[in-house]
Design a protein around this ligand. Structure first.
Ligand SMILES: Cc1ncc(COP(=O)(O)O)c(C=O)c1O
Length: 426
């Protein structure tokens, strides 16, 4: 572990592991399935763009719970929505009506660009997570395909994609690390190289019912798609009557500076999926379907016990009402540009930084292979900044959307100094 090297009078005056933490974590490990690699820090409080550990040390949060806490921590908008609904009713199941799911569905449908073919007659299905939202999208695409031909059941996804961990979503995630322990996967899936129009033309044929794509790959390496590639997918899907499914689990609800990242690409998908930030920390997923797809789904075709529960959808409505404002979205774009420029400027001349890329407040710092993003994240954390990592040796920055420019300056300073610190040690 990196020893004390505090290059500014940061919040962490002592060694990184707070007293009692190791004992507590060893005890916890007796009961928790060890699925995650985690640092020896226990967080127990959040306020705005900061989280605090059990030693009351303060961390600027550029992880946002993997793009979930878009409105920060302990935000009164979220807290009040939870309190208000929890004291009324939390869950009634989908066997009965409740006012809240339809309210959020209406907000989502009305948030769609009117000029597109999507807006009229679009419908929403609610689940509880990103993977469930995609699982539903895959099933709906298969259902749609069957209305045309029994053989129209192939789903195409792209190299370096991440769509989730349930078997359908996992099969659409061509990463051996995630897939190999769980084979056999589902039949009827094909993979195509990202940003490769020729390959897409070959792979998307008449047997394809759905093409699922992230317009900015998140887990795979903060990799934005080229505009002509996404536009070609739209065209090709129309040619072979396949559905274009855009996975906006990470990019959606303002993260990139538009409500939905696909709006940068001037296309309308047939289905798109949301989750992470939509519930402000309360689990929720949403699959939004155009009318032509919705018409092929019959009662009983799909379902869920918790999905669309009164609490999650009430909070979701508060989140959408807050973020879906032109000024709020414009600020995200401005702050995203500011962060990107700041990082480029501060790491100029660094041998370890290859590229700064991304859209809005979804930014990746591509690193040279001499350093791992985990090493940079560790140093940043010891200086009071949380950042995460993703594929292609990339540091991933997903600050809360309410971040200020001063806080961005502080993060940029910690990141550039952390990288410099590691560079000096090479
Ligand atoms: C693009 C994308 N799709 C799907 C998922 C899966 O979402 P969840 O972890 O909520 O199941 C993720 C999660 O990181 C994601 O980034």
């Amino acid at each position: 572990m990196i020893k004390k090297f505090f290059f500014n009078k940061a919040t962490h005056q002592d060694s990184e592991t707070a007293k009692g933490t190791i004992e507590k974590l060893n005890d916890d490990a007796k009961y928790l399935l060890p699925l995650y690699g985690r640092p020896n820090v226990i967080f127990n409080k959040g306020e705005g763009v900061y989280v605090y550990d059990t030693a009351n040390r303060k961390y600027l949060d550029f992880a946002s719970g993997i793009a979930v806490n878009s409105l920060g921590h302990n935000n009164p908008i979220i807290i009040n929505a939870i309190k208000e609904q929890a004291s009324k009713i939390i869950h009634v199941s989908n066997l009965y009506h409740n006012e809240n799911p339809a309210k959020l569905a209406k907000l989502l449908v009305e948030s769609l660009e009117k000029k597109g073919k999507f807006a009229d007659g679009a419908k929403v299905f609610f689940g509880n997570s990103g993977t469930e939202a995609n699982e539903a999208a895959i099933k709906f695409a298969r259902r749609y395909g069957k209305t045309i031909s029994q053989n129209k059941n192939v789903i195409v996804s792209f190299n370096h994609a991440f769509h989730g961990r349930t078997l359908g979503a996992l099969t659409a995630t061509p990463n051996p690390k995630y897939q190999d322990p769980f084979t056999p996967l589902l039949p009827g899936f094909k993979y195509s190289p990202y940003n490769d129009i020729e390959a897409a033309k070959k792979n998307i044929d008449e047997n394809v019912c759905g093409v699922i794509v992230e317009v900015v790959q998140g887990e795979g390496g903060l990799n934005p798609a080229k505009k002509d590639f996404i536009q070609y997918l739209r065209k090709r899907c129309d040619e072979v009557n396949a559905l274009l499914i855009v996975d906006e689990i990470q990019t959606g609800v303002g993260r990139t500076g538009k409500l939905y990242a696909h709006q940068y690409y001037d296309i309308t998908p047939d289905i798109f999926t949301l989750a992470k930030p939509l519930g402000g920390g309360i689990p929720i997923g949403a699959t939004i379907l155009s009318e032509k797809v919705a018409k092929t789904i019959k009662p009983g075709d799909h379902g869920t016990t918790f999905g669309g529960n009164s609490l999650a959808t009430h909070v979701g409505a508060a989140v959408i009402e807050t973020i879906n404002k032109p000024e709020f979205l414009a600020e995200i774009r401005e702050k995203g540009d500011y962060l990107k420029k700041g990082l480029i400027e501060a790491t100029k001349g660094s041998k370890l930084v290859k590229e700064v890329r991304g859209l809005g407040l979804m930014i990746g710092v591509g690193l040279d292979e001499k350093v791992t993003p985990v090493a940079v994240a560790d140093v940043c954390r010891q200086q009071g900044l949380l950042v995460i990592t993703c594929g292609m040796n990339t540091l991933r920055l997903l600050p809360p959307l309410i971040i200020t420019k001063e806080e961005i300056d502080r993060a940029v300073s910690i990141i550039s100094k952390s990288i410099k610190y590691l560079e000096d040690k090479l």
